[in-house]
Write a protein that binds this ligand. Structure first.
Ligand code: CTP
Length: 411
């Protein structure tokens, strides 16, 4: 008889707040900070923006309030709200990571000297978590020994000082000093969470597979499927945020990651990469849609149409990577994408593959699963099922990793 689903850990939506303070100084690169804050929100972080007076000359607090979906901290309101400098202690206490982007020469100098003459610099002094700094300024100001000294001092104190790019600068000159791209800053913020995590996944090696494999027919054609690689990417991101040493083996490039990725194409490539990586791993999450069959022979060059009316493809079975990876000490998580509400079929796979957890989803349900942004899953585990109603793949990934951590902690 099927067990009653048990509630997911936490409040049922598996929301653990990941709060980031984003200190914004007055520089033209501020437009990239708006994008950074927006990406933080879409990727499940809770940003609180802190503007210096100079920053407000470039962008109004309203813009940041709208993209961050929360009140913006300003020097002016810091004084008004509490009648003193209490807001900086509150802000510093509530966040896990502080990111200053853009960090101008003036603010960098104040941070290096330990001054606290505005809200941002006071927060920096009161803050005890990881700090990410994205400098932005004219090339001559950036290269000046005073600025370079300040950056070195901040890095020596543990801040992750990001490199600047070179090229056209807003001042019309060319050179270094251009702020890192939002995606690069986001990766640094993710690394900061990874380094400050302290849970069952911290320091564990986790291999995640993602995307649909492409089975070559000839030099240009392949047999494939519609998997977007998003669920696997979300799982890898989540494990990394929880402190894991993550390797993502994927057929789809979904942009910069904060951890190592291995690009593969076919089921055979994926099998080779997974076996090489899992030799030293603690967890394997097979989220990829691996082809069950592949062309028996690969035609060199290109199959020509000629006068041919029909073309037969002889397909042969691929290796079941998940099954072949079984070994003591490796926690394995499988996926079962079924056509219909076939939880019974998923349960049979759970037994047959001998996995620790199996994530079931119904690919026929509308708006979820393969190729979509959202998913609805049931996690089958020895403790009973956990059902996660339709939500983002990031929230689904949190639920899966919470179950993985629970199993690691109880082993
Ligand atoms: N899988 C695998 N190697 C394969 C095929 C599947 O490692 N050659 C993994 C998938 O990544 C997934 C799990 O096995 O985690 C189940 O995949 P699925 O395609 O749902 O099941 P199959 O075992 O292929 O069975 P069927 O196609 O009959 O549903």
């Amino acid at each position: 008889m099927a067990a009653e689903p048990r509630p997911a850990a936490g409040d049922g939506t598996v929301q653990t707040e990941r709060s980031v303070l984003v200190g914004v100084c007055g520089g033209i690169a501020i437009y990239k900070s708006v994008e950074l804050v927006r990406s933080l929100v879409t990727e499940g972080f809770t940003p609180t923006v802190l503007l210096t007076e100079a920053a407000e000359r470039f962008v109004t607090p309203l813009t940041f309030a709208a993209v961050s979906k929360s009140a913006v901290l300003q020097d002016e309101t810091a004084w008004q709200a509490s009648g003193g400098w209490f807001q900086h202690i509150e802000a510093a206490r509530g966040a896990q990571v502080l990111c200053v982007a853009p960090a101008t020469a003036n603010t960098l100098a104040k941070m290096a000297a330990g001054m606290a003459d505005n809200l941002l610099t006071a927060v920096y002094l009161a803050f005890r978590g990881r700090v990410v700094i994205a400098p932005s300024m004219n090339w001559a100001m950036y290269e000046h020994p005073a600025t370079q000294d300040n950056l070195r001092r901040l890095a020596e104190r543990g801040a992750d000082v990001l490199d600047t790019g070179s090229g056209d600068l807003a001042c019309g000159e060319e050179g270094s000093g251009r702020m890192a791209d939002p995606q690069t800053i986001l990766s640094a913020i993710r690394r900061a969470f990874n380094q400050s995590a302290a849970g069952p996944l911290t320091g564990r090696k986790v291999i995640v597979t993602a995307g649909g494999t492409r089975e070559p027919v000839d030099a240009v054609r392949y047999v494939g499927n519609r998997s977007s690689g998003r669920m696997g990417r979300a799982l890898a991101d989540e494990a990394h945020l929880r402190g894991a040493d993550v390797v993502l083996v994927t057929t789809v490039d979904r942009g910069e990651t904060a951890y190592r990725t291995v690009s593969v194409e076919s089921a055979a490539d994926m099998a080779a990469a997974v076996h090489a990586e899992t030799a030293t791993a603690d967890v394997l999450v097979m989220a990829a849609a691996v082809a069950d069959f592949t062309p028996g022979t690969r035609v060199e060059g290109k199959i020509e149409r000629g006068e041919t009316e029909t073309l037969g493809l002889q397909l042969v079975r691929t290796q079941d990577i998940l099954l072949a990876s079984a070994r003591p000490g490796l926690l394995r998580v499988g996926f079962a994408a079924e056509a219909g509400p076939r939880l019974d079929r998923a349960r049979a796979k759970y037994e047959q593959k001998g996995v620790d957890l199996l994530v079931f989803n119904d690919i026929l349900a509308s708006g979820v699963g393969i190729g979509s942004l959202e998913n609805e899953i049931t996690i089958i585990s020895p403790e009973g099922d956990v059902h996660i109603p339709r939500t983002s793949k990031a929230v689904c990934a949190r639920a899966v990793m919470t179950e993985v951590e629970r199993m690691l902690a109880s082993h």
